[in-house]
Design a protein around this ligand. Structure first.
Ligand SMILES: [Zn+2]
Ligand SMILES: [Zn+2]
Length: 223
């Protein structure tokens, strides 16, 4: 499978969230290797209900969205069935859902980051390939030199944490950058290579599942 060259763009977090109600059942899921599918006993349904102001909290040193207020279980907005027909039982999980809304810096389009499931009802579209953003919730010590934790949504939809350690790093645990990035991510002209204080892993490219390519001058190469 080959993916087309993809131009990157910057997403700014907003101070708003989309809210939703989610039911899921996992009690029949086999331990360990089971897949999260209806056939293996996992059922899930998410209905988006609106928007609200984002409220942040701190938990274990991470900045997180504060837990949402509980919604009464007799609220008719709760999903009752999985798309496969499974009817949720009272003791299946009840989850007050939220996702932070992001806005494209160049044209104002609004997205959330999580991949949308076909069964989701409502909500905003997921950020498409080429989206880049700061994973602001990660510890400061994991950020790049500019304080940004750069995330890049690749042409195949996988997310690349550019400031993380590569799986084939030759200096694991030592301070350096496996991927060296150049340019202000907000200007969408970032190049990633090995020109800097780095390790011997790779040539600055990213391999994620069936995509392999480079980020050069704000363009993800076809791959
Ligand atoms: Zn199901
Ligand atoms: Zn490395």
């Amino acid at each position: 499978m080959a993916y087309p060259e993809t131009r990157t763009f910057w997403l700014e977090p907003t101070d708003r969230i989309t809210t939703g109600l989610r039911r899921y059942a996992d009690r029949n899921l086999g331990g360990g290797r089971a897949e999260f599918t209806c056939a293996s006993g996992y059922h899930s349904a998410l209905v988006f209900t609106g928007e609200d102001d984002a409220v942040c909290d701190e938990r274990d040193g991470y900045r997180v969205l504060a837990v949402r207020p509980l919604v009464r279980r007799d609220d008719p907005q709760w999903p009752t069935h999985c798309a496969c027909g499974y009817a949720f039982a009272d003791d299946d999980h009840w989850q007050e859902w939220q996702e932070l809304i992001y806005q494209r810096a160049d044209n104002g389009e609004r997205y959330t980051l999580r991949e949308r499931q076909a069964s989701d009802v409502g909500g905003l579209p997921a950020a498409p390939p080429g989206a880049t953003w700061d994973a602001w919730w990660m510890p400061a010590s994991w950020a790049g030199p500019d304080g940004i934790h750069l995330m890049v949504r690749l042409p195949n939809g996988r997310d690349w944490n550019v400031d993380s350690e590569a799986s084939n790093c030759t200096r694991p645990g030592e301070p350096h950058q496996c991927w060296v990035r150049h340019g202000d991510p907000r200007e969408c002209r970032v190049t990633v290579d090995k020109n800097g204080y780095t390790c011997a892993a790779g040539a600055g490219s990213i391999q994620a599942a069936d995509y392999h390519g480079f980020l050069r001058d704000g363009l993800l190469t076809a791959g």
